[in-house]
Design a protein around this ligand. Structure first.
Ligand code: OSB
Ligand code: MG
Length: 374
């Protein structure tokens, strides 16, 4: 494939409601989109970095710099035939997985279009529909959370995940379990606890949670393995899992029993498939996480979730839960059974609304190849 242009854009998209985690509140997303033009086709990728480097070390601004100054020019110079070549091309750039994923995933989109197959099919997906859950942020009060859960259950969602932190945990789980004794419920601490909170965390076992996601440090395996020995509730790792080798380490150390796969966090589709395969071979269930994506990142999460090992409901839900107007057409919808149908058309399966993207764009840069010398 011959890459004609790589265009990076920043868009501002206000969330329909604020999203609060143990590390902060997000009201407006600064979304980075990579558009790659090659062989008469156009592919899109989304960088899932947060506005501030609180989930991981990357941020909208750090990713902008790394893509425009390093990754974009490297990719433009190489013009690989498919996204699977990106990890080698980006090899010398340490870290920055979300920046890398934006470019790699755009190439997979182009490749699917060129082959006339759905992205799901190209990745090796086997599902026609995927089970969906929702991630509910920390709310101002328990009654407000309960009414939110009520409407998500009425919409059909199969699993409710509650963001938690010290002071917003057992009391909340107790209220939810009193009202709904048997729904599938999980929680996500985003590293809000320390090992000295172990006694407190064992109290979570009373609420029949499907899992507790990333209770301890964002970069840890060892302390999670110590904690898992004391908990009946399975630990799920999110932040800690950066690649396939991390999956092997976490499973070997018994740091977790479930793995959350995020395209950005692991650097794109190639590594996400490797993570999925490593977990599946060892009998560890995976599910697809979310990063408050626009429709483009969301469509990629949907395709990834069609792989066989994604047996648990993901944090992949309807566009309308996030955006007044999504940048894809149609927006992502969820059935009354809490499922998303995998698109069967070529590419990502949704129309990209380029006019709307252009209107929402606040910065834009076209990236050229490095000058080749010698
Ligand atoms: O830890 O899964 C997380 C959102 C932003 C950063 C981290 C996380 C999340 C979510 C939201 O839980 C998932 C979504 O609805 O996109
Ligand atoms: Mg998480």
């Amino acid at each position: 494939m011959k890459i004609d242009a790589i265009i990076l854009r920043e868009l501002h998209l206000p969330l329909v409601r604020p999203f609060e985690t143990s590390f902060g509140v997000t009201r407006n997303r600064r979304i980075l989109l990579a558009e790659i033009r090659a062989d008469g086709l156009v592919g899109w990728g989304e960088c899932t970095a947060g506005e501030r480097p609180f989930f991981s070390a990357e941020s909208t601004d750090s990713a902008w710099t790394v893509i425009t100054q390093e990754l974009g020019p490297m990719l433009a110079a190489e013009s690989p035939d498919n996204g699977g070549k990106c990890p080698r091309i980006f090899h010398h750039v340490r870290g920055n997985p979300m920046a890398k994923a934006a470019l790699e995933n755009a190439l997979w989109d182009i490749d699917a279009q060129a082959l006339g197959v759905s992205l799901s099919r190209l990745l090796g997906g086997v599902r026609e529909t995927i089970p969906c859950g929702v991630s509910l942020g920390i709310q101002p009060s328990i009654p407000e959370l309960l009414s939110m859960i009520e409407s998500e259950l009425a919409a059909g969602y199969q699993r409710i995940k509650l963001k938690c932190k010290p002071g917003w945990d057992v009391e909340v789980f107790d209220a939810v379990r009193n009202r709904w004794p048997s729904i599938t419920l999980s929680c996500d601490a985003n590293s809000a606890y320390k090992l000295r909170d172990s006694d407190h965390l064992t109290e979570f076992d009373a609420f029949d949670l499907l899992m507790i996601e990333q209770p301890l440090w964002h970069d840890d395996f060892y302390y999670h393995s110590m904690l898992q020995k004391r908990l009946e509730t399975p630990i799920c790792l999110d932040e800690s899992i950066r690649n396939r080798r991390d999956v092997l380490a976490a499973i070997e150390m018994e740091s977790c029993r479930i793995i959350n796969v995020k395209l950005g966090r692991v650097g794109g589709f190639s590594e996400a498939i490797a993570v999925h395969n490593a977990a599946q071979e060892r009998g560890i269930p995976v599910w697809c996480g979310g990063m408050l994506e626009s429709g483009i990142g969301r469509s990629h999460n949907i395709a990834l979730s069609s792989l066989e090992g994604f047996t648990l409901p993901g944090d992949v839900s309807a566009s309308s839960r996030y955006w007044q107007e999504d940048i894809i057409e149609p927006g992502v919808t969820v059935s009354s059974q809490g499922e998303i149908a995998i698109p069967q058309t070529a590419g990502c399966g949704y129309e990209v609304r380029t006019d709307l993207i252009e209107r929402l764009t606040v910065r834009k840069e076209t990236i050229r190849a490095f000058e080749l010398v010698g």
